[in-house]
Design a protein around this ligand. Structure first.
Ligand SMILES: *Cc1c(COP(=O)(O)O)cnc(C)c1O
Length: 379
């Protein structure tokens, strides 16, 4: 969909573009004190601290998207029959607001998240939120809670847009009502004390997604089904789980919430092609661009696990890394499964992994030229 398209039932006059000022800001009467906020911004644990406000838009099949507002962050009161609690009709996004050295606040490629959110909505039979609404909602909440964007190195305000089926109805059909919200959570550096390679368990027992399923949509259900395999990874002494394709169990797909890349000794870089069961990461596509700019030969293709293990054994594969908004780029230092256990790079992040991580974070934090026009100013 284009950025200006509206759902047919949208009551917003088509001539009036949605912007941050379309949101009615209803400030909390119990704001966090400056001292308490400053304390909360010191080394916050991921996803545990939230800012004072949230952005919100309501949808009904009759009125379309309406009642754009920023309101006090707080509990939602929902009917026990609310559809999402029973059938999991829910989608989400994840992006960050970064404070630059001059105090300005920016986000990274929000339109890409907005378009993916609309694709996820379509797959989950939820109403598609127009791109302008998504971007404006992010602007509205970050402008209201700008003081919650931390300034420390590699800190950010993590933004979590999400939508759920809010109709109180137990019949199995798409909900006629939906709520869209954006909550904001200050986060510290993912790797406190320096980037450290993670260990990965390649599961044979479980799949994340299959052909025709919801693998390409960012929906809570995909995460629900990844939790038991993630537990299996912990039990095997690994930090994260990696999934293979559901049909043959031989093709590399992705981690529970991150895409994967393979770097070869000749400098070429590979990542699993988008088959419909892999989530198309914004970080993934940005890294493909940065590696192309750096002169690496890139291929998006079917990567067999056996081929990867052979490459690691004979030295033709030198680095493996995972990527996503939360951790940016994470070196993979160990790959283990039922019949193998391989160490990669001697516990140190590889040169390509480090270079691409540094370049991406330099752009995000305003330390490097934004030559692709990826940054979007919020404050
Ligand atoms: C969100 C997500 C990613 C990473 O996407 P980014 O846009 O880079 O944050 C990768 N895989 C899965 C399954 C995800 O849910």
């Amino acid at each position: 969909m284009t950025t200006t398209e509206q759902t047919s039932a949208d009551t917003t006059a088509a001539s009036e573009p949605v912007t941050a000022s379309s949101f009615d800001v209803r400030l909390t009467d119990t704001p966090t004190s400056d001292a308490d906020r400053e304390a909360a911004l010191v080394a916050p644990k991921f996803g545990t601290v939230f800012s004072d406000h949230m952005a919100r838009i309501t949808w009904t099949s009759v009125d379309g998207w309406h009642d754009r507002r920023v309101e006090k962050y707080g509990p939602l009161q929902i009917d026990p029959a609310t559809a999402v609690l029973h059938y999991g009709q829910e989608i989400f996004e994840g992006l960050k607001a970064y404070r630059h050295a001059d105090g300005s606040v920016w986000t990274f490629r929000p339109e890409a998240n907005a378009r993916r959110f609309a694709r996820s909505a379509r797959r989950l039979a939820l109403p598609e939120l127009p791109v302008d609404d998504f971007v404006a909602s992010v602007e509205a909440v970050v402008r209201t809670d700008a003081a919650w964007v931390p300034a420390g190195e590699e800190t950010s305000l993590y933004l979590r847009p999400f939508m759920y089926a809010s109709e109180a109805f137990l019949g199995v059909r798409p909900s006629l009502e939906a709520e869209y919200l954006v909550i904001a959570s200050p986060v510290g550096p993912y790797f406190a004390g320096g980037v450290k390679p993670v260990s990965i368990w390649v599961t044979r027992d479980y799949s994340r997604a299959g052909a025709g399923g919801t693998g390409a949509a960012k929906c809570g259900g995909n995460y629900a089904s990844s939790l038991l395999p993630q537990q299996e990874a912990y039990d095997k002494g690994c930090e994260q789980v990696c999934f293979l394709d559901a049909a043959t169990g031989t093709v590399l797909e992705e981690l529970g919430g991150m895409n994967v890349f393979v770097v070869r000794a000749d400098g070429s870089v590979e990542t699993p092609e988008l088959t419909g069961s892999i989530l198309e990461g914004v970080t993934r596509s940005s890294i493909l661009q940065l590696l192309t700019d750096r002169g690496h030969e890139i291929s998006e293709r079917r990567i067999l696990l056996a081929e990867l293990l052979d490459g690691l054994a004979d030295g033709s594969v030198t680095e493996v890394f995972a990527c996503g908004t939360a951790a940016v780029v994470t070196p993979i230092g160990r790959l283990a499964g039922d019949a193998f256990d391989v160490t990669i790079g001697g516990g140190q992040p590889g040169a390509v992994t480090t270079a691409v991580r540094d370049e991406l974070t330099d752009i995000q934090y305003g330390r490097a030229d934004d030559r692709h026009g990826w940054m979007h100013r919020l404050v």
